[in-house]
Design a protein around this ligand. Structure first.
Ligand code: ZN
Length: 150
């Protein structure tokens, strides 16, 4: 019972649909905030371009996100948060696999409730990743090393 309550509490607490103070910068420039992490904030414009700024005051001189994994996750988070840009949602093709980190859940359930909704999954919450991203060689520990939750 406690685990269920903790899960619901942290799901509510980290609900990305709720606004955060850092989002004022991208919103003031017509962008749709996705998420922020230790490296800065990510936001998407109406054309689907993914932008970042390292600090809240940096949105005037923002940069384009080049890393395909980050672009996919940020776009996924943004389209799930903002119905205005839902038409930009990535389209899953027949060969695209389930997300190797969350195994289709959209969040890493193998983490404790306090963390599973706070951390953005590599799929951005969609539960799948494009084949091209799934097959990219990785030199670090891969998300696929994490066993699925029974
Ligand atoms: Zn995932």
């Amino acid at each position: 019972m406690f685990e269920w309550l903790a899960d619901r509490f942290y799901r509510w607490r980290h609900d990305r649909r709720r606004g955060r103070p850092w989002e004022r910068g991208p919103r003031a420039r017509g962008l749709f905030p996705a998420y922020a992490d230790w490296g800065g904030g990510m936001a998407v414009d109406r054309a689907g371009e993914v932008w970042y700024a390292e600090e809240p005051a940096g949105w005037a001189a923002r940069g384009v996100v080049a890393e395909p994994d980050i672009r996919f996750a940020a776009l996924a988070v943004a389209v799930l948060r903002h119905p205005e840009i839902a038409h930009l949602a990535p389209v899953r093709t027949a060969g695209d696999p389930a997300c190797p980190t969350c195994h289709g859940r959209g969040y890493p359930a193998q983490l404790p409730p306090k963390l599973r909704y706070w951390i953005v999954c590599q799929c951005g919450g969609l539960g799948w990743v494009p084949t091209a991203l799934a097959n990219r060689p990785r030199t670090d520990r891969t998300a696929g090393d994490i066993p699925p939750v029974a």
